[in-house]
Design a protein around this ligand. Structure first.
Ligand code: BMA
Length: 321
């Protein structure tokens, strides 16, 4: 990768979850959502199942795991969420936010008529009620954990065609009185605002409240036509980094500060080698512990789920420098 992880980041010496930990058919385990619920850590993770050896994928489901420390995970015997019918191919990249004691899950959906973003609610991870599904060309939705100014608020990444044939996707907010009807959309951050992106920027993990503002990760993508084979596919020309930013507590469409350099890059062997798409960091979970430690969960190379930690004040400093 062009950049390295920030010195404030401490990575674990192994992924927190990989296909070897899954008691059912599994291959690529990544892009998980994580939260604390009823006294435990909960993770929902993307499982693109198939054969690691043959580099063949057959389908996608969303698995469930619990943990007492956020590091060692107890994977449940069955996937917890699958969407598949004549219209819908799959749901993936789940994000979790607890609001008023209920767990909301945002996810991306591939359909015959485009990519959509969905929101479901659950109280037990056994039954999910789908509350909304967007029109096509929007995804990477994450919900704020509080009602702000009377509304639920989400970050999202629509996929407009203004860039004429090239990806150039930016981060937006929308709000809703009921999780079903979404509007009042505002641009939060464009690709041009991030020094380590030339292709797209989008939400990462659901934001956490700090005294200085909403602290939130994002993904930032550099595309370079000179990059060639780097993973299972003949060509993979993008590098995905995690960045960190602060948003205004009362109006989260207002940016207070954005890190000038990436927060997390791939630098460990299991993040860089033999992955489906190497050089991809995709943050999806963030937990602020009472001690000030921030646990950040991210998919690495679209193959493993990993965790890193940092001190909340160091993260805030990176946004304000
Ligand atoms: C994005 C999404 C993510 C994935 C990333 C890198 O567009 O599909 O699920 O991690 O690409 O492949």
């Amino acid at each position: 990768m062009i950049y390295q992880s920030s010195p404030v980041i401490k990575k674990l010496d192994r992924p927190v979850l990989s296909y070897k930990d899954i008691p059912y058919k599994a291959a690529l385990i990544f892009n998980a959502g994580v939260t604390k619920f009823n006294g435990r850590y909960v993770m929902v993770f993307r499982n693109d199942y198939g054969s690691m050896e043959e580099h063949k994928l057959e389908g996608t489901n969303i698995g469930l795991a619990y943990s007492d420390d956020g590091i060692h995970w107890d994977v449940q015997p069955e996937p917890c969420f699958v969407l598949h019918d004549k219209e819908i191919h799959r749901a993936y990249d789940p994000r979790l936010t607890v609001i008023d004691g209920r767990v909301y899950m945002c996810f991306a959906i591939d359909t015959n008529h485009g990519l959509r973003g969905g929101i479901a609610v659950t109280d037990d991870f056994a039954k999910f009620e789908i509350l909304s599904m967007s029109v096509p060309d929007n995804r990477n939705m994450v919900l704020f954990p509080e009602i702000i100014g009377g509304y639920y608020v989400r970050l999202e990444r629509p996929m407009p065609i203004y860039s004429r044939g090239r990806d150039r996707f930016d981060m937006w907010t929308s709000c809703s009185p009921d999780m079903r009807f979404w509007g009042e959309s505002k641009l939060v951050m464009g690709v041009e605002d991030v020094p380590f992106a030339n292709d797209k920027v989008g939400p990462g993990a659901p934001p956490v409240r700090t005294e200085k503002g909403w602290l939130t990760t994002f993904h930032a993508v550099i595309r370079d036509n000179d990059f060639s084979k780097n993973g299972w596919e003949p060509r993979w020309q993008k590098q995905y980094y995690a960045g960190i930013m602060l948003l205004d507590l009362e109006d989260p469409s207002k940016v207070i500060g954005i890190s000038k350099e990436p927060l997390i890059a791939t630098d460990q062997a299991w993040e860089r080698e033999n992955g489906f798409r190497c050089d991809v960091i995709f943050p999806g979970g963030m937990i602020l512990e009472p001690s000030g430690e921030v646990k950040i969960y991210y998919g690495a190379s679209d193959t493993y789920e990993c965790m890193a930690s940092a001190d909340v004040n160091d993260l805030i400093k990176l946004c304000l420098e």
